[in-house]
Design a protein around this ligand. Structure first.
Ligand code: ADP
Ligand code: GLC
Length: 474
């Protein structure tokens, strides 16, 4: 079965978050299930460079934003189709933001063009289904349906916080019939809702964990789309993300100071020391060493970590924090490092090596998110033997087994969960983690369980494949 995927980012070309990891890794896992995926991406410089020498397979004279051409080739382990539209996508760096850090003013047109191209290619390219990811691909289904095409559409929602909402003035530039600007269409609160359209036109919707799938149908978790999502609950599925366990393998990872596996995690100590050197944490960092990797935003609960810092330090532990994002949180994190030299190490920015050293060297990894559709940080932590300390919600609830006394007695437990996501509850979880850490045998057990967790794509790819075949059968 051949499927056209469409998304705005993919590893190894462009990544701002876990969406890129998923779009980059799922095709190889689906191939093992007999599904051949072609991935349509915007022709950013990084994509076109990787596709050098690729074949031009189509020209579009009338896409939103002007003429464009379609290139197809193999790159980065993916069968890629690239939308070459220099006026829209010949911009290096972050795919959504200009050099001033603000959204590009023409993002509506840019990603309308992506959706329109996806619909054309899906209709003409002999595909059995179209798989669209997140708001940037949200209009693909609308273009397909309004062209009278019934090809099945699967829409995967990675984060309800990013909805792609634009003023009504965009609508006349989209090339959709007037009838599409309706409640039963792309209209959302008087404007154009790309995510809303994606959810509306899809034959099936998936999101990236079963718990998030339930949360988003409630007013508390639905971010204004709970009504629509509850109405579509019959076609809404939660399928957990995995990670590429070849790219994320502590036994072969070249970024590490020392490689290791579940049978012998002792070399983690060398990674802990390297991490300490990189971030200015004391040699053989005070333990337990807790790490954080992620976007510095309200979603990720970074402020909760900073608020709970006194409790963390009171356990005798230390903190290694890596990320970038909101200026206020970056400043607070830097100030914490300055106030606690040798105990708190902070790196602001995107750094693959330090991220991997944190997973491979920290004793615990903190994921105190206020909401988390799936989360990949805790999956990387499990794989690399850093015990995750997570908020009990979204995909975090589905992927970490809390080491409560009953679980411990039964030999279970892969991490710690706390709820609700407040600094007080995080502080309590940190104290509980430190107490477990003090018992070397118990911690070793937790670490072994964590590393034995199946975080691969295998099971989830089979679920996607089953869903896609069911859609293709009609
Ligand atoms: P998001 O909500 O940002 O998509 P995920 O947990 O799904 O969160 O995915 C984030 C991915 O990006 C993880 O693989 C994480 O290791 C990586 N990551 C996040 N921030 C950084 C950073 N500053 N440097 C390196 N890797 C990062
Ligand atoms: C989003 C979510 C994250 C998820 C990722 C990939 O960015 O915030 O929880 O893991 O998408 O699906």
């Amino acid at each position: 079965m051949r499927v056209l995927a469409v998304a705005s980012e993919a590893v190894p070309f462009v990544k701002t978050g876990g969406l890129a990891d998923v779009v980059g890794a799922l095709p190889a896992a689906l191939a093992r299930e007999g599904v051949a995926v072609t991935t349509l991406l915007p022709g950013y410089p990084a994509v076109l460079d990787a596709l050098a020498g690729a074949e031009e397979v189509a020209r579009f004279a009338d896409l939103p934003g002007g003429p464009a051409r379609l290139l197809r080739g193999q790159a980065g382990g993916l069968a890629v189709a690239a939308l070459d539209a220099p006026a829209l996508f010949d911009r290096p760096g972050n795919p959504y933001l200009g050099p001033d850090g603000a959204d590009w003013p023409d993002n509506g047109i840019r990603f309308a063009a992506l959706g329109a191209a996806a619909a054309r290619l899906a209709a003409e390219g002999g595909f059995a289904a179209l798989h669209a990811h997140d708001w940037q691909a949200g209009l693909a289904g609308a273009y397909l349906r309004h062209a009278g095409n019934r090809l099945p559409v699967l829409f995967t929602l990675h984060n309800l916080a990013f909805q792609g909402h634009f003023p009504a003035a965009l609508f006349p530039h989209l090339g959709l019939p007037d009838a599409a600007f309706a409640l039963a269409g792309v209209e959302f609160h008087g404007g154009v809702g790309f995510l809303k359209a994606g959810l509306w036109y899809a034959d099936a919707i998936t999101t990236v964990s079963p718990t998030y799938a339930a949360e988003i149908t409630t007013p508390e978790g639905g971010m204004g789309l709970d009504g629509l999502l509850a109405g579509r609950a019959g076609v809404l599925h939660g399928i957990l993300n995995g990670i590429d366990t070849t790219a994320w393998d502590p036994a072969t990872d070249r970024h590490l100071a020392a490689r290791f596996d579940a049978a012998d995690p002792a070399p983690r100590a060398a990674n802990r020391a390297a991490l300490g050197r990189a971030l200015g944490i004391a040699a053989d960092p005070p333990r337990p060493l807790f790490g954080f990797v992620g976007r510095l935003t309200w979603q990720k609960g970074v402020d909760l970590i900073l608020d709970a810092l006194p409790a963390l330090l009171a356990t005798g532990g230390s903190l290694a924090l890596l990320g970038s994002g909101e200026a206020g949180l970056e400043a607070r994190a830097r100030a914490a490092a300055a106030a606690h030299p040798g105990r708190v190490g902070v790196a602001i920015g995107y750094d693959e090596r330090i991220a991997r050293l944190i997973y491979a060297g920290a004793d615990g990894v903190l994921v105190p998110s206020r909401f988390e559709p799936c989360g990949l940080a805790q999956l990387c932590a499990l794989r690399y033997g850093a015990v995750p300390v997570v908020a009990r919600l979204g995909g975090l609830a589905d992927t970490v087994v809390d080491a409560n006394p009953m679980a411990l007695q039964a030999g279970w437990g892969t991490g710690l969960q706390f709820s609700p996501p407040t600094a007080g509850m995080l502080a309590a979880a940190l104290r509980r983690a430190a107490a477990l850490f003090a018992d070397a045998g118990t911690w070793r057990r937790l670490q072994r369980n964590a590393m034995a967790t199946d975080v691969s794509w295998t099971r989830s790819a089979a679920q996607y494949a089953a869903l896609l075949s069911a859609l293709a059968r009609g």
